[in-house]
Design a protein around this ligand. Sequence first.
Ligand code: ZN
Length: 339
Amino acid sequence: MQGGVSRGNEAEQGKAKAASARDRGELHVHLNGAIPAPIIREILADEATELPPGFLIERDLLRNTPCQSLASYLTPWQALRLFPKKRENLDRISSAVFAGFVENGVRFVELRSSVLYLAHLQNCSPTQALEYLIESTRHAAHCHGIRRGLILTVTRGDYGAVCLSTLLQAYQDLGEPKDVVGLDLAGDEEIAYPSELPSLFRKAKDRFGLGVTIHAGETGRVENVRAAVELFGADRIGHGTAAGKDPHLLDKLGKQDICIEVCPISNRLTGAVPFDEAHPLQEFRRFGVPFVICSDNPAIHQRGLVDDQTIALDEGLTASDLDQQYEVAKRYSFIRDLD
Ligand SMILES: [Zn+2]
């Protein structure tokens, strides 16, 4: 359940409530990783979705213990990519996701989603799917009193450039709406991408003023972090854990003021940071690399941003770092005019 507390324990609830009183900004969270499990079950039933062979909802939908591999961590997406097929279920998702943010004291959020899978499921054009996503999340954000920006996610692989061009065309078709604040590259870091992809990201950044964040260095590939900065023009890096072992790169990230989106719970569950190693956020601080604590896929972890910030304290974050997190998130957010 999102929020990360046992509903049966009043002391825990009180603690979480007190913790939630702190204002928070969330810069790295995936829409379909933030849908509470009960809503997923309801929608799967409502849309009569057939799950992939061998997928057991009780076993495969959540990830709250360390996984053997990133592939194992990603198992829930075998089901998460199959809905919502109905327009109204997108609204159910948005509403539940923003309720989870409220529970965690989130005042503003950059929500990421790959719109193309939504177009496929809703049987509509990418432009229509982006419009649905904008409308649905705008309404939910308004109802919950949260500022939100959308980040369009492109998946690594052969079709990365086609995917980015299609998303940008949809964005232009809608008149370059202010709701969209950035671009993200996600997916398997072992997979190559088309050679023109980095320059397409940079051009989009220059032309539309969109922020660029790249999932990089999550599976130990330090060269992906370097490429994100040098080739893609990244303003922020998702995870970036591999950079912790490269002093030259840390120095560069600090000097160029590139913010790392640190997701403590996710990093331990995926094995991005092995259990017998310290989290690199201590190195980030030592080299003056800015970082912001984020939750990645809170509902899949059955936790929330409150828990990620609490666990970050065990990973080497100081109480004073934590006090500054809201301001840091504001400074590196792609959303303009945050108060
Ligand atoms: Zn992520």
